[in-house]
Design a protein around this ligand. Structure first.
Ligand code: SF4
Length: 214
């Protein structure tokens, strides 16, 4: 059985604690959520069948040790754990970006799982798998995408439920670019003395006109 792959590309990591580093992205097709702000709708259905071997060959062609498996929602596909394991076995540093609605332990804990906790304005906060908070390791990252102050309050309340093992600099406060100016989010974080990392989607600053392959 194959995976369904939307795109494989080489770019600058725009989010997470790895922001700024060159990275190979494997974007898998399909998502079980429909966030209001989604900027990868093209990944819901578009894709081609590929076996793990050819995906590995394509990744190797970029000669980069950092690889992110993303989507869509990569944990939807049965062979994603196999792809992650194959990359780890070859010595890649593997990131898996996931929407937080499915069991993150489907992939090896040696991956850094970058897990969303969906905030209210996404329209999908009811889909968060609360058990995932217990599954987080010191190697993982948690991301809140914030569009308004209600989202911010929700994120702050959730901080208390994160495991102590997760370092505060691996907690990411991101913003919905169209809805929340960066200085407003920064001000809220400083006023509330939040111990987390604010991030801006770097790839959108570098390539504001491109919506694919970055
Ligand atoms: S989880 Fe990600 S890919 Fe899926 S709808 Fe939400 S933003 Fe889009």
């Amino acid at each position: 059985m194959n995976l369904t792959v939307n795109e494989i590309f080489y770019s600058i990591q725009g989010e997470s604690v790895y922001a700024g580093l060159p990275c190979v992205f494997v974007r898998l097709t399909g998502c079980n959520l429909r966030c209001r702000y989604c900027d990868t709708r093209y990944a819901y259905d578009e894709g081609s069948a590929m076996a793990v071997g050819p995906i590995m060959d394509r990744v190797a062609s970029f000669d980069c040790n950092l690889v992110e498996i993303t989507g869509g929602e990569p944990l939807l596909q049965d062979r994603t754990p196999e792809l992650a394991a194959a990359l780890l076995a070859k010595g890649y540093e593997v990131l898996v970006e996931t929407n937080g609605s499915l069991d993150i332990d489907r992939v090896d804990r040696r991956c850094s799982r970058i897990m969303d906790v969906k905030c209210p304005s996404s329209g999908e906060a009811s889909k968060n798998d609360a058990d995932n908070l217990e599954r987080l390791t010191a190697n993982d990252q948690v991301k809140f995408v914030i569009g308004d102050h209600e989202d911010f309050r929700f994120a702050v309340q959730t901080l208390d439920r994160l495991p102590a093992v997760l370092p505060h600099d691996r907690i990411l406060f991101s913003r919905i670019a169209e809805r929340l100016p960066p200085d407003r989010l920064a001000g809220w974080m400083l006023d509330a003395n939040i111990r987390a990392r604010m991030q801006i989607q770097l790839h959108k600053v570098i390539w504001p006109e491109r919506d694919r392959g970055v």
